[in-house]
Ligand binder design. Structure first.
Ligand SMILES: Nc1ncnc2c1ncn2[C@@H]1O[C@H](COP(=O)(O)OP(=O)(O)OP(=O)(O)O)[C@@H](O)[C@H]1O
Length: 245
């Protein structure tokens, strides 16, 4: 019973994000980026359920970009995705290895995610998908705001719906209104498997530092997360600085 209530709440939040940002239209073919993490498995599951009952018709096309590390999760992920929605396209690359090689002078996560995003865009274009759904959620969106402020000196985050190439391709983030804790509850309800991330940089990124900082803040006052999220939609431009610094 409890899980039915949780599921309803989660579905409502996803439905509201889709509706607020007009994310899905009739006839859409949506590529879903699946990483093996709980967020993107939840994303696929929720979109697949919405597809069953939505008045608009749309298709889902799950894709995994394998970063090339030893101990690939691709085969196991294929069978999990099969249970949730259907066939997973696996694209084997060496992006993770390249990003961690001596030839790379950039931050490994930065290079790996740039190459992955470029590849996702290429596959979407080849497969006739004008939309790519990613599993970023509310906590990710707040963390990105802080990462941008702390490490790039700018205020901005990932938008729930973001156009690229003049609108030819759109990234949608249907989990934008969901907290990580809600996704973990959903993952428990559906018994999603635990895939071990083979990336050596997992858990040692700028994002992890910001996450620890924010989680400490949230412990202090339970309104802070909601306030931070709302603040991104409530910018007082007249109370900011001139761009002369
Ligand atoms: N290797 C990949 N192949 C396809 N899509 C990916 C891959 N890695 C990440 N994505 C997409 O980008 C989103 C954000 O990536 P990020 O690395 O922040 O997520 P994660 O923590 O690794 O995994 P998840 O978000 O699935 O729990 C994922 O939710 C997923 O939609």
């Amino acid at each position: 019973m409890k899980s039915v209530v949780k599921l309803k709440k989660i579905n409502r939040a996803v439905g509201k994000a889709i509706c607020d940002y007009d994310m899905i239209q009739d006839g859409d073919r949506i590529m879903v980026g699946v990483s093996g993490g709980k967020d993107s498995l939840a994303l696929l599951r929720l979109l697949s359920d919405i597809r069953e009952r939505a008045p608009v018709k749309f298709d889902l096309f799950p894709v995994y970009i394998d970063p090339g590390f030893r101990g690939s999760i691709a085969k196991d992920l294929e069978s999990s995705v099969n249970h949730i929605h259907g066939r997973l396209r696996v694209d084997y690359t060496d992006y993770g290895l390249l990003a961690h090689s001596d030839s790379n002078r950039e931050n490994p996560c930065f290079l790996c995610s740039r190459l992955r995003r470029k590849r996702l865009f290429e596959i979407a274009s080849d497969e006739g998908c004008a939309k790519i759904a990613l599993g970023h959620h509310k906590d990710d969106i707040i963390e990105t705001l802080f990462i941008n402020m702390c490490y790039s000196g700018r205020i901005g985050t990932m938008k729930p719906c973001q156009d690229f190439f003049g609108g030819e391709l759109t990234i949608i983030r249907p989990l934008a209104y969901l907290e990580k804790s809600e996704i973990l509850k959903l993952a428990a309800i559906f018994d999603f498997p635990d895939f071990v991330n083979p990336c050596p940089s997992d858990g040692v990124t700028k994002r992890s530092n910001i996450r620890i900082f924010l989680n400490n803040l949230y412990k202090e006052n339970r309104n802070i997360k909601g306030n931070l999220f709302r603040a991104m939609a409530n910018v007082e431009m007249d109370y900011l600085l001139k761009n002369t610094l």
